[in-house]
Design a binder for this molecule. Structure first.
Ligand code: C5P
Length: 215
């Protein structure tokens, strides 16, 4: 049986990868998995249990009991969930517990046409054989500005300086952890969105994807 196409999109917070992944999936009729939501869900479950997301035992228990049915909870997009996610994501047993769900999604997406996964380690660890890999990035200042505007529209009290500090701390944690650190796979296409509006970024991503999978 022929394997369905898999598109892997990685990059740091607020690089534009989520919007690009959603738009590509919608246009091609593929299913999309925002894998950051899994880590955000685990982080928020740890907080709801009254524990610290950096507590490896609590984070592992939350990941092992995690139900992906709750991924559309708006709380997962909040300013508390991002830092909590990046702390639980550094725990190897948490990543291990979430691995099978992600691989199953890539292999057998519910719609049966293809899968787009976005995250930090999709091209390097989860789907190293993906048909096309994108590494989407932008400068920390530009990413902070985008995330600040998004959080402010949700009523977050964080200033742009707070958001930049969070993004820099998360980049450091995500890039320096020993297991599945954020990084560009050798065969990933680099897309720097610093000077691109989202429409241009999506169009560039599309031309890479179409050239690779011939849609
Ligand atoms: O992409 P998002 O900002 O929602 O991700 C939240 C956090 O989850 C990231 O900072 C990262 O630590 C973690 N993550 C990860 N691997 C993924 C997706 C997200 O480690 N595949």
């Amino acid at each position: 049986m022929k394997r369905l196409p898999v598109i892997a999109i990685d990059g740091p917070a607020a690089s534009g990868k989520g919007t690009i992944a959603r738009r590509i999936a919608a246009t091609l009729g593929f299913d999309h998995l925002d894998t950051g939501l899994l880590y955000r869900g685990v982080g928020m479950a740890v907080i709801a249990a009254g524990k610290d997301p950096a507590d490896a035992v609590a984070a592992t228990a939350a990941a092992q009991g995690f139900n992906p049915a709750s991924l559309d909870d708006p709380l997962l997009r909040s300013d508390v969930a991002g830092p909590a996610a990046s702390k639980v994501a550094a725990v190897p047993a948490v990543r291990e517990a979430l691995l099978a769900f992600q691989r199953r999604f890539a292999l057998a997406p519910p719609g049966g046409r293809g899968a787009v996964l976005d995250g930090r380690d999709i091209g390097t660890v989860i789907c190293p054989d993906a048909d096309v890999k994108l590494y989407v990035t932008a400068t920390p200042e530009i990413r902070a500005r985008r995330r600040y505007l998004e959080l402010a529209s949700q009523g977050s009290p964080l200033s742009e300086t707070d958001v930049l500090a969070d993004i820099e701390a998360r980049d450091r944690r995500d890039m320096s952890r020993p297991v599945a650190p954020l990084g560009q796979a050798p065969d990933a296409h680099l897309l720097d969105t610093s000077d691109l509006d989202i429409e241009t970024a999506v169009a560039r991503a599309f031309s890479i994807v179409r050239a690779a999978i011939g849609t």
